[in-house]
Design a protein around this ligand. Structure first.
Ligand code: ATP
Ligand code: MG
Length: 243
């Protein structure tokens, strides 16, 4: 994917969640956002995904500028996939129905086609055994895998993941991270925020350090983790990598 993000400003009351943020990526498969809590990662992801409109500035993704027209934004959102930290699934629907329902209601696929697509997505991530369970009958890791299966059932242009493993224990985290890595290797463009530094380093083409509503530093993982230039980024990394 190619990204040209210029001068984004987004305020919530007095908080400037994005404060003149610019970001340029020429060609990357996986862009990872890291940085301190409250730094603006989720806000940036939501603006890149068309879930939120910036107060100022522009986002051009793969040569197309995101407008403010709600219909165009909706069409854009439908081409992408999303997964957040938790509460992604409808609790009263089985894993299979969670995948089928948006395919039918949002994307207009006939039921038989939605069933076929859901079966493929479940099979791809070894979830067929869990197809008829409700979210409460699945582990957190399995729930997130179903969430990812749903997000990629229609082959999204970009998959947006906001801290997809932060509510999970280490083993479930590993199972979800492996799945994300598989998707990246299969050619899926991904933008994700994470606090898993080892994973960020392994999977990212580009890592952006987001703090104070800006991109403090950005580069390939070897540069950012190996020899970061920004003192703020160095301090963050030395703290989070200590344990
Ligand atoms: N809907 C909202 N209403 C009010 N303030 C918000 C809202 N969303 C974000 N903020 C504020 O904007 C700032 C950036 O928040 P954001 O959630 O983007 O940070 P983050 O980097 O994702 O943090 P974390 O690592 O904790 O998820 C914070 O100060 C936050 O309190
Ligand atoms: Mg966040």
């Amino acid at each position: 994917m190619k990204l040209e993000v210029t001068g984004l400003i987004k305020c919530y009351g007095k908080t400037r969640a994005a404060d003149g943020l610019s970001l340029f990526v020429e060609a990357a498969r996986v862009l990872v956002l890291i940085g301190p809590s409250g730094g603006g990662k989720s806000t940036l992801l939501r603006m890149l995904g068309g879930l939120e409109v910036p107060d100022e500035g522009s986002v051009v993704i793969n040569g197309r500028r995101l407008g403010v027209d709600e219909q165009a934004l909706q069409a854009y959102r439908r081409r992408n996939g999303f997964l957040f930290q938790q509460f992604n699934l409808f609790p009263h629907l089985t894993a299979r129905r969670n995948i089928e329902l948006p395919l039918e209601k949002v994307h207009g696929h006939p039921p038989a086609e939605a069933t076929e697509m859901a079966t493929q997505a479940l099979a791809r991530f070894s979830l067929l055994d869990h197809a008829d369970k409700l979210p409460a009958q699945l582990s957190g890791g399995q729930q997130q895998r179903v969430g990812i299966a749903r997000a990629v059932a229609r082959k999204p242009e970009v998959l947006f993941l906001d801290e997809p493993t932060s509510a999970l224990d280490p083993e479930m985290t590993a199972e979800v991270l492996e799945l994300i890595q598989e998707l990246a290797e299969a050619g899926q463009d991904i933008i994700l925020s994470t606090h898993e530094m080892g994973f960020a380093r392994a999977v990212a083409d580009q890592v952006a350090f987001v703090a104070g509503g800006k991109i403090e530093e950005m580069g390939p993982p070897a540069d950012l983790f190996g020899a970061s230039r920004s003192p703020l980024c160095q301090r963050f990394l030395s703290r989070v990598m200590r344990y």
